[in-house]
Ligand binder design. Structure first.
Ligand code: PXG
Length: 444
């Protein structure tokens, strides 16, 4: 039967994101449906979702509360703008997000994605300093291996070289980067946060602030645990130190919680896990458990009040998206937040479950090609030695062979990322890590 007879679509029209299109289209991996921890492929195979798909399906797939909320909303109010009009849902979702975040983070600006949340957070920072009478604060400090989406501002403060390479001449000016925190020589195979390395944050005060001048720096932006940079867990005390230094110098701290938000570390947000209160926090992905695009930035009272109180009447912030606060996305968020609350998922990545996950990851120490194992809460990775002259090839081979065995894990270069839905059970760890262990024996 040819493709037309089987009803399969032509493949050339869809330009797939972050994909080797030619390779995929030679041997497509097509998913037909999903439920809880598993996908079903078009050829009827069950595949365990070991990455909450793209670090976002925290409640598991096709959960009834979320499905029903979206269905109902689509028939009731399909779309309404938030530009000088309102409907209840985004107000309700914003209040629930504010309840889950640290005390002084209270005001949510909705976007559709994490990339837009990055642009939004950076723009809030610039406009805030200007309103405060400090218009020279325009520089941003990101971190090597940081990932803040793919828009030009996000890749400028981000530190994933391949995402920046083609646009090198056109990135935002005035950006500097902190060193990343990984060090295979002194901190490989550490369980959770390493005891050493907090001093890496001092680079901000010792090198970057003297070089650029604190009065010229708007914000520092980091992920609490970097995800797409390879799952890098911060050293103990590192984020607290960044917070102290930024506060001392009037620099805003933006935490990008697009992956860590909504229970990944066993607390609603990583800010609570690390006991650090940022000025701005970005979220996306798991706010709807990945079902409908929604992201946002939650701002501190001080920032919001500056916008509201220091300007004469009129629009306080010239920014917004057609779909900011979209009814379907907000309905999905309510369904996801209800599911998280009812099933206590936001504190599940803790205790015995997180310990079993950690033990499973660290059992790879000594396995073929493995040069590091990292974990925190229910996020982790193993790092493989790259094949000489072919970085990423070994990681991709592991991904493909695991898929054949019915397990989806994500290659991030030569790192293999693990980030299961928060409904995961120990038996799923056995399946996931078991498949990777078998595959590693067969990878050259
Ligand atoms: N910040 C972080 C920390 C992210 O992980 C974004 C921002 C951007 O979100 P949107 O919704 O615009 O994609 C992300 C997204 C990977 C991978 O290779 C990770 C992401 C996206 C695509 C690929 O693991 N994270």
């Amino acid at each position: 039967m040819n493709a037309a007879q089987s009803g399969a679509p032509a493949l050339e029209h869809y330009w797939m994101p972050f994909t080797d299109n030619r390779r995929f289209k030679r041997a497509p991996k097509m998913i037909a449906s999903a439920k809880d921890m598993y996908y079903t492929t078009e050829d009827g195979k069950q595949v365990l979702d070991g990455l909450a798909t793209l670090w976002c399906v925290n409640a598991g797939h096709c959960r009834p509360r979320i499905v029903e909320a979206i269905r109902k909303q689509a028939g009731e109010l399909d779309y309404a703008s938030s530009f000088s009009l309102g409907h209840r849902l985004p107000f309700q979702v914003a209040a629930r997000v504010a309840e889950l975040t640290p005390p002084r983070l209270d005001h949510v600006f909705f976007t559709n994605s994490g990339s837009e949340a990055a642009d939004t957070a950076l723009k809030i920072a610039l406009a805030y300093h200007r309103l405060k009478g400090e218009p020279t604060r325009t520089r941003f400090i990101g971190r090597e291996k940081g990932y803040h989406g793919v828009n030009l501002a996000g890749i400028s403060v981000g530190g994933v070289p391949l995402n920046r390479k083609a646009y090198a001449g056109m990135l935002l000016p005035g950006v500097d980067h902190l060193r990343h925190t990984q060090d295979l020589k002194t901190r490989a195979f550490v369980r959770g946060c390493a005891e050493s390395g907090a001093e890496l944050a001092d680079e901000l005060e010792e090198r970057i602030i003297p070089l650029h001048g604190a009065e010229n720096i708007a914000a520092v932006i980091v992920e609490p645990v970097s995800g797409a940079g390879g799952v890098l867990v911060p050293p103990q005390g590192y984020l607290k130190r960044l917070r102290e230094i930024t506060r001392r110098h009037g620099i805003l701290l933006i935490l990008d919680e697009v992956i860590t938000g909504f229970g990944r570390l066993g607390t609603p947000f990583a800010a609570q896990y690390f006991e650090v209160e940022p000025d701005l926090m970005m979220f996306a992905k798991a706010i709807t458990s990945g079902t409908v695009p929604l992201g946002g930035v939650i701002a501190s009272d001080a920032i919001y009040e500056t916008f509201m109180n220091t300007q004469s009447a009129g629009v306080e912030f010239f920014h917004g998206y057609t779909y900011s606060g979209h009814p379907l996305a907000c309905a999905a968020a309510m369904g996801a937040l209800d599911t998280y609350a009812e099933e206590k998922l936001l504190t599940r990545a803790n205790g015995a479950l997180a310990q079993a996950f950690e033990d499973g990851i660290h059992a790879f120490q000594g396995a073929p090609h493995v040069v590091d194992c990292r974990n925190l809460g229910l996020i982790g990775a193993i790092e493989l030695e790259p094949r000489p002259g072919a970085p990423g090839a070994r990681g991709f081979e592991v991904f493909e062979k695991c898929w054949e065995k019915g397990v989806y894990v994500r290659p991030i270069g030569d790192n293999i990322g693990f980030c299961p839905p928060l409904i995961v059970e120990p038996k799923h760890f056995d399946q996931m890590f078991g498949a990777v262990a078998e595959v590693l024996k067969t990878v050259g």
